[in-house]
Design a protein around this ligand. Sequence first.
Ligand code: PEP
Ligand code: MN
Length: 338
Amino acid sequence: MIVVMDPCGTSAQLQHVVSMLDEMHAGYQVIDTGARTVVEIVDSNSGIDRSRLEQAPMVERIGSSGDPVLAAARGAGDCTREIPLGKTASIGGRKLAIIAGPCSVESEDRILETAHAVKELGAVALRGGAFKPRTSPYAFQGHGEPGLEWLARAREKTGLAIVTEVMRCEHVELVAGYADVLQVGSRNMHNSQLLSAVGRQTKPVLLKRGWSATLQEFLLAAEYIMASGNPNVILCERGIRTFEQYTRNTLALAVVPEVKYRSTLPIIVDPSHGTGKADLVQPMSYAAIACGADGLIIEVHRRPEKAWTDAFQTIGHEQFRSLMTGLRGFARAADREL
Ligand code: PEP
Ligand code: MN
């Protein structure tokens, strides 16, 4: 059981709650998340008078520590939170947000060429990894800071917002100095230190679902970021690992409407990692928009077969054009704009 204090509460009001718990002989821990204070009752075998606690001044509510939508629970009539994507775009409103670009930033010329192409076709943000989480330690690990500089130059030239991954706590400040949105990848979704670190800075965070994470774990990972003070979390369904072999992952699209029922956070879909097959990216993009996703993140490269990373799931500029053309009808049907 947790006692959630109103963020405007004073330390005296917290002390009042703590004294009540002492009187009730309860074991507890006071947790200051950065954004709010929560008292977790760790030993509730003793007689806890729940209604007395509920009525104490500045107690927001009594909940459970496993409740994943404390900070962004959807109440009746609540809208999805609209989160800025750079200076001119946003995600979570009526307009769909399309984020496109290569898996990894390979060179300044290449990232610029793809940035211009995807911008012309309607993308609002450019993706590209400068720090790459790779399964093999012998595979290309990303260019690091020079890659971030090339992304920033692509933003200068095109106006696209930049979405790029941060893998280590020590790099949060560096990456936040270049990016408009910090991506926390699937492999790091369980890294609570990194989640708290991106929660302590102000740039929005794109949180990808761990490939073996339940929806509950995914939402609790988002909660870590919000509990540290950053409410701007964009969820991303990117497929989970199942027994199925014909795709790289199984794209679990049902989480999109389920997240919409539970939370006010926007959610986008990554059909590139979600399928691992370039030919499946277009149809699954349409399916994602049909079931209510707020946007897409798609791997696009000028010559997909030559991409240094994730070539098999990357589409070319012309395929992206065709995807965007077909997407208009699905956007209209879903009552969204493109
Ligand atoms: C990526 O976006 O390139 C990436 C590595 O994604 P994920 O963390 O979903 O595997
Ligand atoms: Mn990739």
